[in-house]
Design a protein around this ligand. Structure first.
Ligand code: F6R
Length: 596
């Protein structure tokens, strides 16, 4: 997690870095810091808490002069979020910012830095101290960087400046994201393109175990063996309006309401010249050749994966299962003879998922990554990529990426084998319209959140089949942004234990979209109502009953997760809003989880 920005050029660096960091705050927001070179010195400014505190402390950056600098927003892993542990970390000559985890820091301290008094609790300080040591022992900076790559285990994206060489900035990468932004007369380093897009749309990738030497006018990338890499820059398809809130009070609300647009974009991107939804033949060949699909993901993406399993089994007749990455990697189930892996990751950088990818690649298995971020680690390391085309998702709570994941899984399942003859293009277009009409009911969701959920300590989502799968996602959404403890349950399981939690006034949200089970779920609603629960019912028209508060237009029964999740996203949003929570940046969370 953590966000990194660096700038070298003719302009004042600090305001540019603060602006870049504001686009990266989703990666962490425990503390922030800047290191700016000026007149033979590196000036450090740090502040605990949100970036706004650092901005206020430095007059929006205007009080820190200099046109070479690096900046950081932190999501604490080693040591408390305080000013000492905030990045940049410095020695006499170097300042560095780091995203990742140095796994062998204890060994490095013992072996190389036994006589050093560390000032912070961070693993990052080990890196800057090693750099100072190696260069003071006579290594040139590029040699010292290669030395670091050689001895450090773990993940790192590093931006480095050296007081003695202010015409250079250095970037080093292993398993944590880092890009170089190519400008005219300036260059930048950033954790992602959004941090730099206000200045340039042209980027160089740096791969694992590579480093870059960056000046105002040049970018030279090297492997850890000092071999110069010949790599063309690419243009990012991002524009500033994608990453601004526009007139919305929060990114989460904006992203919920972008879902129809995202679905239409997915239709456009996945259709061929004849207007049919297609998937490249080489991907289909790999899926068809397997005897089981193993879907690997975390959090919301895992919830999309469970729906994917439902699609593969019901639409393509292909056995599939969805697994939590952090479980799968250390408790790998018995695999079938010809497994195929599908990784689902909005960011494409999630360390838990990547650990599985590394493991299954070592075993020689094929992998497809579904991701929102072109060129991300999981995309590069898999055999195939299917992009989500959701546009940048800035709110920490995932909304539009989830629907994009579910839609792309449906496209893949239909392309593999359309056993049920579904007209997916028509259905997705219908769903986009249906979501649009759901978006016009904001007041209803707000009123329900106010009356039922916001005053409560806890809440339950119940449903059966795909409705249960959506309940898991709906519960995650509500608890992560509003801090109301929420669980999603299979409605039929209530009587086997959970129903003991129901008290007078407990909010229960029931999702009812499946004809074969709607009567059973309604029976379960009666059971909780009889024990004092206050129930919100979200149903599709065909499965609705007179007293349901939220009734969604009918869509294909297999695809109802794409619509039933939307009111749940709104309920989460409005509950968090009414409880005064920091909706886009819930406490303790970061958008891109690059540590295991
Ligand atoms: C919750 C949420 C997380 C992510 C999870 C995986 O709203 O966003 O649960 O889904 O951290 O992230 P990705 O999809 O980037 O691998």
């Amino acid at each position: 997690m953590c966000g990194i920005v660096g700038y070298i050029g003719p302009d004042e660096a600090a305001p540019i870095l603060l602006d870049g960091l504001s686009k990266l705050e989703y990666r962490g927001y425990d503390s922030a810091g800047l290191a700016i070179y000026n007149d033979g010195r590196i000036n450090i400014e740090k502040a605990v808490g949100k970036l706004a505190n650092l901005s206020e402390k430095t007059g929006g950056g205007s009080q820190v002069k200099g046109s070479l600098g690096i900046g950081h927003t932190r999501w604490a892993t080693h040591g408390k979020p305080n000013e000492v542990n905030a990045h940049p970390h410095s020695t006499e000559n170097f300042s560095i910012v780091h995203n990742g985890i140095i796994e062998n820091e204890a060994m490095l301290r013992r072996t190389y830095l036994n006589d050093v008094n560390f000032v912070s609790d961070t693993d990052t300080e080990v890196v800057v101290r090693l750099l100072e040591k190696f260069t003071s022992e006579g290594e040139a900076i590029d040699v010292a960087i290669m030395h670091l790559i050689d001895i450090i285990d773990g993940s790192y994206a590093l931006a480095i400046i050296d007081r003695r060489n202010p015409e250079y900035m250095y970037a080093v990468k292993n398993k944590s994201p880092l890009l170089i932004g190519k400008g005219e007369g300036f260059n930048m380093i950033g954790s992602d393109a959004m941090a730099m897009i206000a200045h340039t749309d042209t980027f160089y990738e740096i791969h694992d175990q590579e480093f870059a030497i960056v000046t105002r006018n040049s970018v030279d990338i090297f492997t850890s063996y000092s071999k110069k890499v010949d790599r063309e820059p690419y243009k990012a398809e991002l524009d500033l309006s994608d990453i601004s809130k526009g007139t919305y009070p929060h990114y989460m609300l904006k992203e919920i309401e972008e879902q129809p647009l995202v679905l239409r974009r997915i239709i456009g991107e996945y259709q061929n010249d004849a207007g049919e939804l297609t998937v490249p033949e080489e991907i289909l060949a790999d899926v068809r050749a397997c005897d089981k699909i193993y879907i690997i993901a975390c959090g919301t993406s895992y919830h999309a994966g469970i729906i994917g399993k439902h699609f593969f089994e019901n639409i393509s007749g292909k056995p599939a299962d969805s697994y939590i990455a952090s479980e799968f990697v250390y408790n790998t189930p018995l695999l079938t003879e010809r497994p195929l892996f599908i990784f689902i990751s909005q960011s494409g950088e999630t360390a838990d998922s990547r650990a599985v990818l590394v493991k299954i690649k070592e075993m020689g298995h094929k992998a497809i990554t579904l991701t929102n971020v072109k060129g991300s680690t999981l995309s590069r390391e898999a055999d195939h990529t299917m992009l989500l085309y959701a546009g940048p998702e800035i709110a920490v709570a995932s909304t539009k990426a989830y629907t994009a994941q579910v839609a792309v899984l449906a496209i893949l399942a239909v392309a593999v084998k359309n056993k049920i003859g579904i007209d997916l293009k028509y259905e997705l277009a219908l769903i986009a319209n249906t979501i649009e009409s759901l978006c016009s009911d904001r007041e209803l969701y707000k009123r329900l959140a106010e009356e039922y959920i916001a005053p409560s300590r806890n809440c339950f989502y119940i449903g059966r089949g795909v409705d249960y799968y959506v309940c898991l996602e709906a519960a995650l959404k509500l608890k992560e942004v509003s801090y109301v403890q929420t669980e999603g349950f299979a409605a039929g399981e209530l009587k086997h234990g959970t129903i003991s939690l129901i008290e007078e006034g407990t909010p229960v949200v029931a999702i009812i979209t499946q004809y074969n089970t709607h009567l059973n779920t309604r029976g379960n609603i009666k059971e909780v109502t009889a024990r004092g629960a206050k129930v919100i019912r979200i149903s599709t028209k065909g499965a609705s009953s007179r007293r349901d508060q939220i009734v969604i237009g009918d869509v294909h029964e297999l695809l109802t997760p794409l619509v039933s999740v939307v009111p749940a996203q709104y309920l989460a949003y409005y509950t968090a809003f009414l409880r005064g929570c920091d909706i886009d940046k819930p406490r303790n969370l970061a958008k891109s989880v690059t540590v295991e």
